[in-house]
Design a protein around this ligand. Structure first.
Ligand code: 5GP
Length: 367
Protein backbone atom coordinates (compact mmCIF):
# COMPACT_ATOMS: atom_id res chain seq x y z
CA UNK A 1 0.00 0.00 0.00
CA UNK A 2 1.35 3.38 -0.97
CA UNK A 3 0.69 6.32 1.33
CA UNK A 4 1.74 9.84 0.36
CA UNK A 5 3.39 11.23 3.46
CA UNK A 6 3.57 14.88 2.39
CA UNK A 7 1.25 16.99 4.47
CA UNK A 8 -1.86 18.01 2.52
CA UNK A 9 -3.22 21.42 3.43
CA UNK A 10 -6.52 23.27 3.21
CA UNK A 11 -7.02 27.03 3.11
CA UNK A 12 -7.65 27.03 6.89
CA UNK A 13 -4.20 25.51 7.51
CA UNK A 14 -2.27 28.52 6.23
CA UNK A 15 -2.03 32.31 6.50
CA UNK A 16 -0.18 34.78 4.31
CA UNK A 17 2.90 36.52 5.62
CA UNK A 18 2.73 40.32 5.27
CA UNK A 19 5.65 41.95 3.49
CA UNK A 20 7.26 45.34 3.28
CA UNK A 21 5.69 46.94 0.23
CA UNK A 22 5.94 50.10 -1.79
CA UNK A 23 2.18 50.10 -2.27
CA UNK A 24 0.74 52.86 -0.13
CA UNK A 25 -2.94 52.21 -0.79
CA UNK A 26 -5.38 49.66 -2.10
CA UNK A 27 -6.18 51.95 -5.00
CA UNK A 28 -2.69 51.36 -6.38
CA UNK A 29 -3.29 47.68 -7.10
CA UNK A 30 -4.82 46.31 -10.26
CA UNK A 31 -7.26 43.43 -9.88
CA UNK A 32 -7.87 43.17 -13.62
CA UNK A 33 -5.67 40.67 -15.38
CA UNK A 34 -5.14 40.16 -19.09
CA UNK A 35 -5.26 36.41 -19.61
CA UNK A 36 -3.82 34.72 -22.68
CA UNK A 37 -4.38 31.04 -23.23
CA UNK A 38 -2.64 28.01 -24.64
CA UNK A 39 -5.24 27.17 -27.31
CA UNK A 40 -7.82 29.94 -27.38
CA UNK A 41 -6.20 32.77 -29.36
CA UNK A 42 -8.39 35.49 -27.80
CA UNK A 43 -7.16 37.29 -24.68
CA UNK A 44 -9.51 37.97 -21.81
CA UNK A 45 -9.53 40.94 -19.48
CA UNK A 46 -11.08 40.06 -16.11
CA UNK A 47 -10.67 39.46 -12.41
CA UNK A 48 -10.61 35.67 -12.31
CA UNK A 49 -13.52 34.91 -10.01
CA UNK A 50 -16.13 32.64 -11.61
CA UNK A 51 -19.65 31.97 -10.35
CA UNK A 52 -20.03 28.20 -10.26
CA UNK A 53 -22.17 26.51 -12.89
CA UNK A 54 -24.49 25.21 -10.16
CA UNK A 55 -28.22 25.72 -10.80
CA UNK A 56 -28.35 28.19 -7.91
CA UNK A 57 -25.27 30.28 -8.81
CA UNK A 58 -24.78 29.99 -12.57
CA UNK A 59 -27.94 32.04 -13.14
CA UNK A 60 -28.55 34.82 -15.67
CA UNK A 61 -29.15 37.22 -12.77
CA UNK A 62 -25.82 36.44 -11.10
CA UNK A 63 -24.09 36.59 -14.49
CA UNK A 64 -25.19 40.22 -14.92
CA UNK A 65 -23.88 41.25 -11.51
CA UNK A 66 -20.58 39.41 -11.98
CA UNK A 67 -19.96 41.11 -15.33
CA UNK A 68 -20.61 44.56 -13.85
CA UNK A 69 -17.54 43.92 -11.66
CA UNK A 70 -15.49 42.30 -14.50
CA UNK A 71 -15.99 38.90 -12.88
CA UNK A 72 -17.07 35.76 -14.73
CA UNK A 73 -20.00 33.37 -14.62
CA UNK A 74 -20.35 29.76 -15.78
CA UNK A 75 -24.01 29.52 -16.73
CA UNK A 76 -25.58 26.30 -15.51
CA UNK A 77 -26.52 23.55 -17.91
CA UNK A 78 -30.18 23.33 -17.02
CA UNK A 79 -31.10 26.26 -19.20
CA UNK A 80 -32.29 25.18 -22.65
CA UNK A 81 -30.32 26.16 -25.76
CA UNK A 82 -33.10 28.62 -26.60
CA UNK A 83 -32.96 30.27 -23.17
CA UNK A 84 -29.18 30.54 -23.37
CA UNK A 85 -29.20 32.03 -26.85
CA UNK A 86 -31.82 34.65 -26.06
CA UNK A 87 -29.95 35.62 -22.88
CA UNK A 88 -26.64 35.81 -24.75
CA UNK A 89 -28.22 38.08 -27.37
CA UNK A 90 -29.54 40.45 -24.70
CA UNK A 91 -26.33 40.30 -22.70
CA UNK A 92 -24.24 41.22 -25.73
CA UNK A 93 -26.35 44.35 -26.23
CA UNK A 94 -25.91 45.29 -22.57
CA UNK A 95 -22.20 44.52 -22.09
CA UNK A 96 -20.88 44.68 -25.66
CA UNK A 97 -19.72 41.05 -25.67
CA UNK A 98 -20.15 37.73 -23.84
CA UNK A 99 -16.46 37.28 -23.04
CA UNK A 100 -17.06 36.81 -19.31
CA UNK A 101 -19.60 34.01 -19.71
CA UNK A 102 -19.12 30.27 -20.01
CA UNK A 103 -21.69 27.80 -21.26
CA UNK A 104 -21.53 24.50 -19.39
CA UNK A 105 -21.58 21.02 -20.78
CA UNK A 106 -21.48 17.46 -19.50
CA UNK A 107 -19.97 14.78 -21.73
CA UNK A 108 -23.06 13.00 -23.08
CA UNK A 109 -24.32 13.08 -26.68
CA UNK A 110 -27.27 15.21 -25.60
CA UNK A 111 -24.86 17.67 -23.94
CA UNK A 112 -22.85 17.89 -27.18
CA UNK A 113 -25.96 18.50 -29.23
CA UNK A 114 -27.02 21.37 -26.98
CA UNK A 115 -23.50 22.79 -26.87
CA UNK A 116 -23.42 22.73 -30.67
CA UNK A 117 -26.71 24.62 -30.89
CA UNK A 118 -25.41 27.33 -28.54
CA UNK A 119 -21.92 27.56 -30.08
CA UNK A 120 -23.39 27.73 -33.58
CA UNK A 121 -25.12 30.96 -32.59
CA UNK A 122 -21.63 32.52 -32.57
CA UNK A 123 -22.61 34.40 -29.42
CA UNK A 124 -20.24 32.78 -26.95
CA UNK A 125 -16.69 31.46 -26.96
CA UNK A 126 -16.12 30.03 -23.48
CA UNK A 127 -17.03 26.45 -22.61
CA UNK A 128 -16.98 24.81 -19.16
CA UNK A 129 -16.87 21.02 -19.46
CA UNK A 130 -17.77 19.61 -16.12
CA UNK A 131 -17.88 16.07 -14.77
CA UNK A 132 -17.70 15.05 -11.12
CA UNK A 133 -14.90 12.59 -11.82
CA UNK A 134 -12.42 14.08 -14.25
CA UNK A 135 -10.42 10.85 -14.26
CA UNK A 136 -13.06 9.23 -16.46
CA UNK A 137 -11.79 8.52 -19.99
CA UNK A 138 -14.87 10.29 -21.36
CA UNK A 139 -13.59 13.68 -20.23
CA UNK A 140 -10.34 13.62 -22.20
CA UNK A 141 -12.04 12.35 -25.36
CA UNK A 142 -14.81 14.94 -25.01
CA UNK A 143 -12.28 17.76 -24.56
CA UNK A 144 -10.51 16.53 -27.67
CA UNK A 145 -13.74 16.50 -29.64
CA UNK A 146 -14.80 19.97 -28.47
CA UNK A 147 -11.36 21.42 -29.29
CA UNK A 148 -11.51 19.91 -32.79
CA UNK A 149 -14.98 21.37 -33.34
CA UNK A 150 -14.20 24.86 -31.98
CA UNK A 151 -10.46 25.54 -32.32
CA UNK A 152 -10.80 29.10 -31.01
CA UNK A 153 -12.94 28.30 -27.97
CA UNK A 154 -11.74 28.94 -24.43
CA UNK A 155 -12.13 25.48 -22.90
CA UNK A 156 -12.19 24.92 -19.15
CA UNK A 157 -12.48 21.27 -18.07
CA UNK A 158 -12.51 19.31 -14.82
CA UNK A 159 -12.58 18.26 -12.08
CA UNK A 160 -9.28 16.70 -11.11
CA UNK A 161 -6.81 17.14 -8.24
CA UNK A 162 -3.45 15.94 -9.54
CA UNK A 163 -0.82 17.47 -11.77
CA UNK A 164 -0.56 14.54 -14.19
CA UNK A 165 -4.23 14.75 -15.11
CA UNK A 166 -4.03 18.54 -15.54
CA UNK A 167 -1.22 18.06 -18.03
CA UNK A 168 -3.12 15.38 -19.95
CA UNK A 169 -6.22 17.52 -20.25
CA UNK A 170 -4.26 20.56 -21.37
CA UNK A 171 -2.33 18.59 -23.96
CA UNK A 172 -5.65 17.30 -25.26
CA UNK A 173 -7.06 20.75 -25.84
CA UNK A 174 -8.14 22.36 -22.55
CA UNK A 175 -6.97 25.88 -21.70
CA UNK A 176 -7.98 25.89 -18.04
CA UNK A 177 -8.30 22.93 -15.68
CA UNK A 178 -10.89 23.01 -12.96
CA UNK A 179 -9.39 21.50 -9.81
CA UNK A 180 -11.10 20.26 -6.66
CA UNK A 181 -12.74 17.00 -5.65
CA UNK A 182 -14.78 17.15 -2.50
CA UNK A 183 -14.03 20.61 -1.03
CA UNK A 184 -17.43 22.11 -1.88
CA UNK A 185 -19.81 23.54 0.71
CA UNK A 186 -22.66 21.22 -0.31
CA UNK A 187 -20.56 18.30 -1.45
CA UNK A 188 -20.60 14.94 0.30
CA UNK A 189 -18.22 13.05 -2.01
CA UNK A 190 -15.56 12.67 0.65
CA UNK A 191 -18.09 11.32 3.12
CA UNK A 192 -19.60 8.88 0.69
CA UNK A 193 -16.54 7.71 -1.21
CA UNK A 194 -13.52 8.64 0.88
CA UNK A 195 -12.02 10.31 -2.22
CA UNK A 196 -10.65 13.86 -2.30
CA UNK A 197 -7.69 16.07 -1.59
CA UNK A 198 -7.27 19.19 0.57
CA UNK A 199 -7.77 22.12 -1.75
CA UNK A 200 -4.77 24.33 -0.96
CA UNK A 201 -2.30 21.53 -1.77
CA UNK A 202 -4.36 20.61 -4.84
CA UNK A 203 -4.07 24.16 -6.18
CA UNK A 204 -0.30 24.35 -5.59
CA UNK A 205 0.43 21.08 -7.38
CA UNK A 206 -2.05 21.55 -10.22
CA UNK A 207 -1.07 25.17 -10.92
CA UNK A 208 2.56 24.17 -11.14
CA UNK A 209 1.80 21.29 -13.52
CA UNK A 210 -0.65 23.28 -15.67
CA UNK A 211 1.64 26.31 -15.96
CA UNK A 212 4.46 24.00 -16.96
CA UNK A 213 2.61 23.01 -20.13
CA UNK A 214 1.19 26.45 -20.87
CA UNK A 215 -2.24 25.92 -19.27
CA UNK A 216 -4.05 27.46 -16.31
CA UNK A 217 -6.12 26.29 -13.35
CA UNK A 218 -9.41 27.27 -11.83
CA UNK A 219 -9.61 26.37 -8.12
CA UNK A 220 -13.15 25.07 -7.70
CA UNK A 221 -14.79 24.85 -4.29
CA UNK A 222 -13.87 25.19 -0.66
CA UNK A 223 -13.65 28.99 -0.34
CA UNK A 224 -15.67 30.19 2.64
CA UNK A 225 -14.47 33.81 3.02
CA UNK A 226 -12.64 36.36 0.81
CA UNK A 227 -9.38 35.41 2.56
CA UNK A 228 -9.66 31.88 1.14
CA UNK A 229 -9.97 33.33 -2.37
CA UNK A 230 -6.82 35.40 -1.72
CA UNK A 231 -4.95 32.29 -0.52
CA UNK A 232 -6.07 30.41 -3.60
CA UNK A 233 -4.86 33.13 -5.97
CA UNK A 234 -1.58 33.26 -4.05
CA UNK A 235 -1.22 29.47 -4.29
CA UNK A 236 -1.25 29.83 -8.08
CA UNK A 237 -4.91 29.65 -9.10
CA UNK A 238 -5.54 31.71 -12.23
CA UNK A 239 -9.28 31.55 -11.59
CA UNK A 240 -11.32 30.74 -8.49
CA UNK A 241 -14.81 29.28 -8.78
CA UNK A 242 -17.34 30.02 -6.06
CA UNK A 243 -20.63 28.37 -5.13
CA UNK A 244 -21.55 28.81 -1.48
CA UNK A 245 -20.08 32.30 -1.15
CA UNK A 246 -22.46 33.52 -3.87
CA UNK A 247 -25.50 31.49 -2.80
CA UNK A 248 -28.47 32.83 -0.85
CA UNK A 249 -28.65 36.20 -2.60
CA UNK A 250 -31.50 37.89 -4.44
CA UNK A 251 -29.92 36.93 -7.77
CA UNK A 252 -29.22 33.32 -6.76
CA UNK A 253 -31.53 30.49 -7.73
CA UNK A 254 -33.34 28.43 -5.10
CA UNK A 255 -36.61 28.91 -3.26
CA UNK A 256 -37.03 31.63 -0.68
CA UNK A 257 -38.83 30.65 2.52
CA UNK A 258 -39.68 32.29 5.82
CA UNK A 259 -38.99 30.64 9.16
CA UNK A 260 -39.83 31.70 12.66
CA UNK A 261 -36.86 31.27 14.96
CA UNK A 262 -37.02 31.25 18.73
CA UNK A 263 -34.16 33.40 20.04
CA UNK A 264 -32.59 33.14 23.49
CA UNK A 265 -33.93 36.59 24.38
CA UNK A 266 -37.37 37.43 25.80
CA UNK A 267 -39.67 40.44 25.42
CA UNK A 268 -40.66 42.06 28.72
CA UNK A 269 -44.39 42.86 28.57
CA UNK A 270 -46.28 45.74 30.30
CA UNK A 271 -47.71 43.40 32.91
CA UNK A 272 -44.11 42.37 33.76
CA UNK A 273 -44.54 38.95 32.26
CA UNK A 274 -42.25 37.71 29.55
CA UNK A 275 -42.87 36.45 26.06
CA UNK A 276 -40.55 34.37 23.96
CA UNK A 277 -38.86 36.48 21.34
CA UNK A 278 -39.56 35.03 17.91
CA UNK A 279 -37.66 36.31 14.91
CA UNK A 280 -38.89 36.07 11.36
CA UNK A 281 -36.00 35.07 9.11
CA UNK A 282 -35.79 34.43 5.40
CA UNK A 283 -33.82 31.54 3.95
CA UNK A 284 -32.91 30.45 0.46
CA UNK A 285 -32.29 26.89 -0.63
CA UNK A 286 -28.88 25.93 -1.99
CA UNK A 287 -28.06 22.44 -3.19
CA UNK A 288 -25.26 20.34 -4.58
CA UNK A 289 -25.61 19.37 -8.20
CA UNK A 290 -25.32 15.67 -7.41
CA UNK A 291 -27.64 15.83 -4.41
CA UNK A 292 -30.78 13.72 -4.44
CA UNK A 293 -32.72 17.00 -4.58
CA UNK A 294 -30.91 18.15 -7.75
CA UNK A 295 -31.35 14.78 -9.40
CA UNK A 296 -35.08 14.85 -8.66
CA UNK A 297 -35.46 18.46 -9.79
CA UNK A 298 -33.37 18.43 -12.94
CA UNK A 299 -33.42 14.80 -14.07
CA UNK A 300 -36.77 13.67 -12.73
CA UNK A 301 -35.32 11.17 -10.26
CA UNK A 302 -32.16 9.50 -9.09
CA UNK A 303 -30.91 6.49 -11.03
CA UNK A 304 -30.63 3.33 -8.90
CA UNK A 305 -26.89 2.91 -9.50
CA UNK A 306 -26.14 6.49 -8.42
CA UNK A 307 -25.79 7.79 -4.92
CA UNK A 308 -26.29 11.34 -3.73
CA UNK A 309 -22.96 13.15 -3.45
CA UNK A 310 -24.33 16.47 -2.39
CA UNK A 311 -26.71 18.03 0.06
CA UNK A 312 -29.56 20.50 0.24
CA UNK A 313 -29.26 23.34 2.73
CA UNK A 314 -31.26 26.42 3.64
CA UNK A 315 -29.07 29.45 4.15
CA UNK A 316 -30.02 32.84 5.59
CA UNK A 317 -31.12 35.20 2.79
CA UNK A 318 -28.37 37.73 2.10
CA UNK A 319 -30.09 40.36 -0.06
CA UNK A 320 -28.48 41.71 -3.24
CA UNK A 321 -25.16 40.19 -4.29
CA UNK A 322 -23.36 43.45 -5.12
CA UNK A 323 -22.06 44.19 -1.58
CA UNK A 324 -20.77 40.61 -1.35
CA UNK A 325 -18.85 41.02 -4.61
CA UNK A 326 -17.47 44.41 -3.55
CA UNK A 327 -16.32 42.94 -0.21
CA UNK A 328 -14.61 40.12 -2.08
CA UNK A 329 -12.81 42.52 -4.41
CA UNK A 330 -11.92 44.72 -1.42
CA UNK A 331 -10.40 41.69 0.31
CA UNK A 332 -8.29 40.84 -2.73
CA UNK A 333 -7.06 44.43 -3.08
CA UNK A 334 -6.16 44.61 0.58
CA UNK A 335 -4.35 41.25 0.42
CA UNK A 336 -2.35 42.55 -2.53
CA UNK A 337 -1.19 45.59 -0.56
CA UNK A 338 -0.26 43.40 2.45
CA UNK A 339 1.95 41.16 0.32
CA UNK A 340 3.20 43.85 -2.07
CA UNK A 341 1.58 42.55 -5.27
CA UNK A 342 0.73 45.35 -7.69
CA UNK A 343 -0.94 43.04 -10.22
CA UNK A 344 -3.22 40.06 -9.68
CA UNK A 345 -0.79 37.93 -11.63
CA UNK A 346 2.01 38.82 -9.19
CA UNK A 347 0.23 37.34 -6.16
CA UNK A 348 1.91 33.88 -6.18
CA UNK A 349 5.35 35.35 -6.60
CA UNK A 350 4.80 37.80 -3.74
CA UNK A 351 3.23 35.21 -1.42
CA UNK A 352 4.81 33.35 1.47
CA UNK A 353 2.61 31.23 3.70
CA UNK A 354 2.76 30.27 7.34
CA UNK A 355 1.42 26.88 8.28
CA UNK A 356 -0.88 27.53 11.25
CA UNK A 357 -2.83 25.60 13.84
CA UNK A 358 -5.48 28.26 14.28
CA UNK A 359 -6.32 31.07 11.89
CA UNK A 360 -9.38 32.76 13.38
CA UNK A 361 -10.40 33.99 16.82
CA UNK A 362 -13.99 32.81 17.19
CA UNK A 363 -14.68 33.89 20.77
CA UNK A 364 -17.60 36.07 19.65
CA UNK A 365 -18.84 33.67 16.99
CA UNK A 366 -17.78 32.78 13.50
CA UNK A 367 -18.97 35.90 11.70
P1 5GP B 1 -18.27 25.91 -2.88
O1 5GP B 1 -17.77 27.19 -3.46
O2 5GP B 1 -19.73 25.94 -2.58
O3 5GP B 1 -17.46 25.43 -1.72
O4 5GP B 1 -18.04 24.79 -4.00
C1 5GP B 1 -18.66 24.89 -5.26
C2 5GP B 1 -18.29 23.67 -6.07
O5 5GP B 1 -18.75 22.46 -5.45
C3 5GP B 1 -18.94 23.61 -7.44
O6 5GP B 1 -18.38 24.50 -8.38
C4 5GP B 1 -18.77 22.15 -7.81
O7 5GP B 1 -17.50 21.86 -8.33
C5 5GP B 1 -18.90 21.46 -6.46
N1 5GP B 1 -20.23 20.84 -6.31
C6 5GP B 1 -21.43 21.38 -6.54
N2 5GP B 1 -22.42 20.51 -6.26
C7 5GP B 1 -21.82 19.37 -5.86
C8 5GP B 1 -22.31 18.09 -5.45
O8 5GP B 1 -23.51 17.82 -5.37
N3 5GP B 1 -21.36 17.16 -5.17
C9 5GP B 1 -20.02 17.42 -5.24
N4 5GP B 1 -19.17 16.46 -4.98
N5 5GP B 1 -19.53 18.64 -5.58
C10 5GP B 1 -20.43 19.59 -5.90
Amino acid sequence: MRIYDDIQLDYCDVLLRPKRSRLASRSEVDVLREYSFKWCPHPLNATGIIASNMATTGTFEIAREMQKQHLLCALHKHYTAGELISFLEKNKTEFGNNDLLFVSSGVSDADYEKLTAVMDSGLVRNICIDVANGYSPYLISYVHKVRAAWPEALIMAGNVVTGDMCEDLILNGADVIKVGIGPGSVCTTRKLTGVGRPQFSTVIECADAAHGVGGMVCADGGCTVPGDVCKSLCAGADFVMLGGMLAGHEESGGDLCTKYIQTDEVDLLDDKTCALKIEEKQYKTFYGMSSAFAQEKHYGGMKKYRASEGKLVQIPFRGPIEPTLLALLGGIRSCMTYIGAKRLKDMPKCATFYRVNRQLNTIFGNE
